[in-house]
Design a protein. Sequence first.
Length: 305
Amino acid sequence: MKNLFTLFVLMFFTRANAQKQIAITIDDLPFVSEISLKHAQVSTDKLLQKIRKHNIRAVGFVNESMAVRIGEIDARVALLEKWLASGNLLGNHTFSHRSLTTTPLEDFKIDLLKGEIITTQLNKKYNHTKKYFRYPFLQMGADSAKRYGFEKVLKDQGYINAPVTIEADDWYYNKVYMDAMKAGKHELMKSIARQYIQHNIDYFDYYEKYTQEIIGRPIKHIFLCHANALNADYFDELCKVMTDRGYSFISLGDALEDEVYKHADTVLAKGGFSWLHRWKITDKKKSALKEVEIPADIRALYEAK
């Protein structure tokens, strides 16, 4: 009887953990906040090696303006192709990462189309037919004409919008990490990285509780981070945050099969945020949970001239 009870407990926790699945999406390819092309190349290789190590099939969202640099176009396109050669997918993040909130609809449509020229050719080479799009700053439109007007553009162009439920806030930490790197402050870099990982530990705790409040069950999460030096150096530790909580890595396509992504979203807002917040606002729900804040010392470094 004792052995049967033990088996039941193991089966229960195995099933619970199996429900904890997450897709990894990475924005601002080919690379953001680099010191040089060489730095971008070395960091990309490091990041891709770690992605492969964890058997992740990520979707990288491209800003093609960062690939179109005089004298470096071939090298930067080669960086993008490395993502595909490593088994990942490429999506469209617009050409120049403009805000839909502040950009006229027609100009934003042009930025979408400009942003698919290189990526489309590379995806075709690797026989990838799915077209994923990620809104810059997660801003989907502050008025109905702009929001639903651009959604029609996406539909007409065959794009699938890529939601986000959990984001790393790595863009914030990476800024101070890069400042410390340029200043040769290696101990400060380590301190920033430790706080970055702790921030994500706290973030996952918050978002799991928040998901239960808003949706009432575990969901297949979609995680957002960026192609930057901080993640290139600490992606193993970032993955450990997730695997220690029982997550397994799935593709974006698998994540989108969760019924939650059919949930109504009627939000019109200038800012961008997690789809969990969008669903909360749509459903007029309340939460007593306090969102995790950036530590004061990191904020001070970020805001320093």
